[in-house]
Design a protein around this ligand. Structure first.
Ligand code: HEC
Length: 144
């Protein structure tokens, strides 16, 4: 590519981004302390790790590994949410979080009783719709 075309190219890429600026951030802020944010982020990394192991387990048709991974995202594995943090979380946020833990438990139970990796992946897709919804709705804001 000729170098003179570069500014034009950059402008073409940047313009739609800037034009869309007002809608770039539509998530509702949840105001938390840095520690509360860390609590949520830790929980999230567990979700991500459980999700990864479920996919690996399904691909290997290792239903035992899959069920164990799903339990890691379930109710029993959830960290106790401190009362102060709980009070700051919107109801819809708590419901989505609850549905996610519940979904992982359902997945684990069905994986053990049905032993069907495809079914487990279908359930994972449903569980992950909660990840997608919540991430589209909320962001965390901390004060410095
Ligand atoms: C109830 C709401 C909710 C659900 C459900 C949810 N998340 Fe999150 N997630 C969040 C919020 C809020 C953040 C932090 C956003 C911010 O910092 O602004 C986050 C952040 C993350 C992060 C980044 C963590 C870090 O350390 O930076 C990962 C990874 C993540 N989520 C994965 C997942 C996965 C995978 C699922 C589903 C299995 C999931 N989340 C479900 C609300 C949710």
């Amino acid at each position: 590519m000729h170098l003179r075309a570069l500014p034009l190219l950059l402008a073409l890429i940047a313009t739609p981004l800037y034009a869309a600026h007002p809608v770039l951030e539509q998530r509702a802020p949840i105001r938390l302390t840095a520690q509360e944010k860390s609590h949520i982020h830790l929980e999230m990394r567990l979700f991500l790790s459980a999700t990864q192991k479920i996919v690996i387990g399904a691909a290997a048709n290792d239903m035992k590994m899959l069920a164990q991974a799903a339990r890691e995202g379930g109710m029993a594995a959830a960290h106790e949410v401190p009362a102060g943090l709980r009070a700051k979380l919107p109801l819809a946020f708590k419901q989505l979080g609850h549905a996610t833990h519940q979904g992982f438990d359902d997945l684990a139970r069905d994986a053990e009783s049905l032993g069907d990796a495809n079914h487990a992946l279908q359930q994972l897709g449903e569980v992950m719709s909660h990840c997608v919804s919540c991430h589209a709705l909320y962001r965390i804001e901390t004060r410095h």
